[in-house]
Structure formats: C-alpha cells, structure tokens
Design a binder for this molecule. Structure first.
Ligand code: ATP
Ligand code: MG
Length: 355
C-alpha cells in the first residue's frame, strides 16, 4: 500500500481548526484509493514568530524537502505584518521547492450564492494559473535622492524565457484534459518590454499545441470579463502580479472565501508542492468552531490529484458539491447554522462507501 508522507502546517487562527478536519476527510477518503498517510506536524506560524522571532527553524526547509506534499492552513496574526509570514515562510517554500505555479480553480457550485446573478451551477468552471516565482514581485530596485524634491523610486520585473515557457506549458497541459482553450493576461499596450515578451512566448508555446484555441486580453478588460463573461474561460495564465489579482477575483465571483482552494505546484515533482485554502487565518472567528472547512478540504483534494490519486480527489469534490447542494449542514458564511465539525461530518458521510 502506498503511504504518502505529508508535512502538515496548520499555522494560525482558523488554520488550527480546519486543517485537522480536512485531515479527517482525507483519512476517510483514503480507503477509496487504498493508500495511507504519514502526517508530520509542524508548529510554524506567526504565533511561533511572536514567541521565538522566527516562523520556522533555521533548518525548516531541510526538514520537509523530502515530503510528498505540504498541507498548509493559514498564517497571519494580529500585530505580525504580512511581510513576516511571506518572507519567513511562504516565499522560502515556494522558491526553494520550485513551486512556480499557483493554481486556483474557479467553479460555480450548486447551493452557493454567487454575487453574479442568474448563473447556473456548472456554467463557470475554469482555472487561474499564476506564475509564482518571478515577474513583477522582484525585490530589485531602490530609492534615490530620498527626501528631496526629485526623489525617485524604481522596481524591476524579471521575466525569463524558462520562467514564462514553463508556466505557459503547464497551462496548456492543464487545458489538454478540458476544453483546450487557454487565455493569456497581458498589458503589452502599457508595459513596453516585459509584456510584449510575455505575448511573444505565449505565441511560441501556443504553436506547440495545435488544435487548441487561445486568446489574450489586457488585464484591465480581463477583470471586467471575469465578472461579465466568466463562462468564456477554461484556463487563464498570468504573470505573478496579474495572476495574484485574478486568482483572488476568480474565487470571489463564484462565492464564499471559505470554500476556495489553492495549490503552489512544482509540476516536475522533484520537491513537494504545497496546498492551502485561499482564505487567511480569520482572527475574527478563530476559536469559535464556526469556520468553513471546505476551502481546506478541497485543497486536500487538489493535493491528492497532484499525488496521482484522481479517483479519490474526485470523490471528495463530489461529496463537497453534494453537501453544498443539499444546504442542510452549511456554516454561517454560507447562510447555515452548522459548525466546522458538523459540516466536515456531512462531507465524510457523503463519500462513497467502499466494500
Ligand atoms: P489573514 O491576515 O490571515 O489574511 P484576514 O482576516 O486578513 O486574515 P481572511 O482570513 O481571509 O483574511 O478573512 C477575511 C474574512 O473572511 C474574515 O471576515 C473572515 O472571518 C472570513 N473568512 C475567512 N475564511 C473563512 C472561513 N473558512 N469560514 C468562514 N469565514 C471565513
Ligand atoms: Mg489578510
């Protein structure tokens, strides 16, 4: 029997509530695929930072580099600035383990009220593929003549051929099993060096996939289409900054922040990938047992798909969809009265039974 070795980092706030619940679902579902888990728990968090001055130990990356995957809750703590959790944990993991794809599904599910009116469940179903390692989020730059009237600030972006090509190929490979349609986010009318290059690489990679349809939109109008015409998309590929925006906007237009999942993926699988919900630590509801566990559970399903356990991943997703559609065990953010545990129990109960 295959055993998957998973690094579990619940993090802060509701991460500590939804991660153990998601683990219960994954354990229950593992009998479908006939595999097991070996969980190792790490207390890396902003709370740890507040106590010790570090999000994780100095050899933290060494401790988890041979794991099959990383299952993360959320990091964030009132009083600890976001750059601490970013630079003290998330960025070192994403970069060191070559997690150059940030993947988020955007799917309108029955039973979830979307801010978009008159859309049928299933009519919106696409992925945002964000470049996760380079682009606009470089730390290269500086400030000159500080305090003077001609003070100026510069920040550079980095777009490498390797970096563009690999994330674009990932998007096309993902579209292969879908509608074979890839959309690129650009801004080559205003950004005159990097974005024309991005477009050039997109055209080059498109040629490797005959039979696929492609289009590209400037980021400004693309955000409008996410709201007005979300049914146009199948796989959307974007640079780090544009992808950051689109991968928050996409889940927002199809419903609650509590249900949206995500993955930081190393497609070559030479280092572990990391799966985490879109939501944060939600200090306002932490410790009350009311957090929606679906974002975490769905992230677990994405983790299983990455590990090659497609049937089990699909079974968990179907259980989530069934429970949402039934609407009898939902948490408060979805208009129900159930707690974290009751909603989790309902999802476990909706899994297929195995003889
Ligand atoms: P962080 O600093 O960790 O990002 P945050 O409070 O800024 O935390 P989120 O945690 O994403 O950001 O929370 C935004 C809002 O959504 C909060 O009001 C929170 O209570 C709500 N929320 C987030 N996740 C959930 C969830 N799983 N279930 C219910 N409500 C949630
Ligand atoms: Mg936040």
């Amino acid at each position: 029997m295959t055993t998957y070795s998973i690094a579990v980092i619940p993090g802060d706030g509701i991460g500590n509530e939804v991660v153990p619940e998601a683990q219960r679902v994954l354990e229950a579902a593992s009998r479908i695929g006939g595999f097991s888990f070996d969980w190792t728990h790490y207390d890396w968090s902003c709370e740890r930072f507040a106590k010790t001055g570090a999000m994780m130990p100095a050899d933290g990356l060494q401790q988890i580099r041979h794991k099959d995957a990383i299952f993360l809750g959320a990091v964030g703590f009132p009083g600890v600035p976001d750059h601490v959790s970013l630079w003290g944990l998330l960025i070192p993991i994403r970069r060191s383990f070559h997690q150059y794809v940030n993947l988020r599904p955007v799917k309108l599910l029955a039973g979830v009220e979307s801010p978009l009116k008159g859309r049928e469940a299933g009519s919106i179903d696409f992925y945002v593929v964000r470049e996760n390692n380079e682009g606009e989020y470089s730390s290269i730059g500086g400030r000159l003549y500080e305090g003077l009237e001609d003070e100026l600030v510069m920040q550079q972006s980095i777009f490498t051929r390797r970096g563009c090509d690999r994330v674009m190929r990932y998007a096309f490979e993902l579209a292969k099993g879908r509608k074979q349609h890839v959309t690129s986010a650009t801004k080559s009318n205003g950004i005159s060096h990097t974005m024309p290059y991005w477009d050039e690489r997109f055209a080059a990679i498109s040629k490797e996939y005959p039979g696929f349809t492609t289009d590209q939109f400037h980021i400004d109008i693309l955000t409008a289409h996410f709201v007005r015409n979300p049914d146009w998309f199948d796989v959307v590929v974007a640079s780090n900054l544009f992808g950051d925006i689109l991968s928050d906007l996409g889940p927002a237009v199809v419903g609650s922040i509590g249900i949206a999942p995500g993955g930081n993926i190393n497609p070559e699988k030479d280092y572990p990938s990391m799966f985490e919900p879109v939501h944060g630590s939600a200090p306002d509801i932490a410790g009350k047992g009311v957090a929606n566990p679906i974002g975490q559970i769905w992230s677990g399903a994405m983790m299983l798909r990455h590990l090659g356990e497609e049937a089990t991943a699909a079974a968990i997703e179907k259980a989530i969809e069934d429970v949402l559609a039934r609407r009898d065990s939902l948490t408060r953010d979805l208009g129900g009265t159930a707690g974290t545990r009751e909603l989790t129990d309902a999802i476990i109960g909706a899994l297929p039974s195995v003889a």
